[in-house]
Design a protein around this ligand. Structure first.
Ligand SMILES: [Mg+2]
Length: 172
């Protein structure tokens, strides 16, 4: 049996502030007017497909546009492959963290401290409820859930996605 307070805690961790189809639908300008000034980006299935090697020109331009609005942009990926994340950071010309261990907030807090980024004024973007959204809500940032870019997910990811959609439907 889940008590009311636990349910409320779960809901506050699992409910994104915003659900979008892709990065391009995030209202960067109005969020900037509301005081947000940093964006933490997931990589796989958010910035590019998990099997893709290169960030599309459109996405590169989106990152440029975010920077020109005054946002600090940081990559926060759970991917263990250092060379992949470094390559992608270079493509979009931003700093990044690999093996970030989301949903645990250690990495994001550490980098925020180092770079003097306010997490309360941050937007955390990703395609997974159980990692990206939880870490964003955990540190009280503005959490944005985007659709995964790969429509064909692996079996594990499909099961995870189903669980996430179940939570989304139940909690909203
Ligand atoms: Mg992802």
């Amino acid at each position: 049996m889940i008590y009311f307070s636990q349910r409320r805690l779960l809901r506050s961790l699992l409910t994104p502030n915003l659900v979008c189809r892709s990065l391009f639908d995030i209202p960067l300008e109005s969020l900037s007017h509301s005081g947000y000034n940093a964006i933490w980006l997931d990589v796989d299935n958010t910035l590019l497909g998990a099997e893709d090697r290169d960030v599309s020109l459109n996405t590169q331009n989106w990152v440029l546009a975010a920077k020109s609005l005054g946002y600090s942009v940081v990559i926060l990926s759970n991917n263990r492959r250092h060379y992949r994340i470094e390559r992608i950071c270079n493509q979009v010309d931003v700093d990044g963290v690999f093996r970030a261990m989301k949903p645990f907030p250690h990495s994001i807090r550490k980098v925020a401290r180092q770079r003097q980024i306010s997490l309360r004024r941050s937007i955390v973007v990703g395609d997974q409820l159980l990692t990206d959204v939880i870490v964003g809500n955990w540190v009280r940032a503005y959490s944005v859930l985007v659709d995964p870019m790969d429509k064909k997910l692996s079996l594990f990811k499909t099961v995870q996605r189903e669980i996430e959609l179940f939570f989304l439907a139940r909690l909203q």
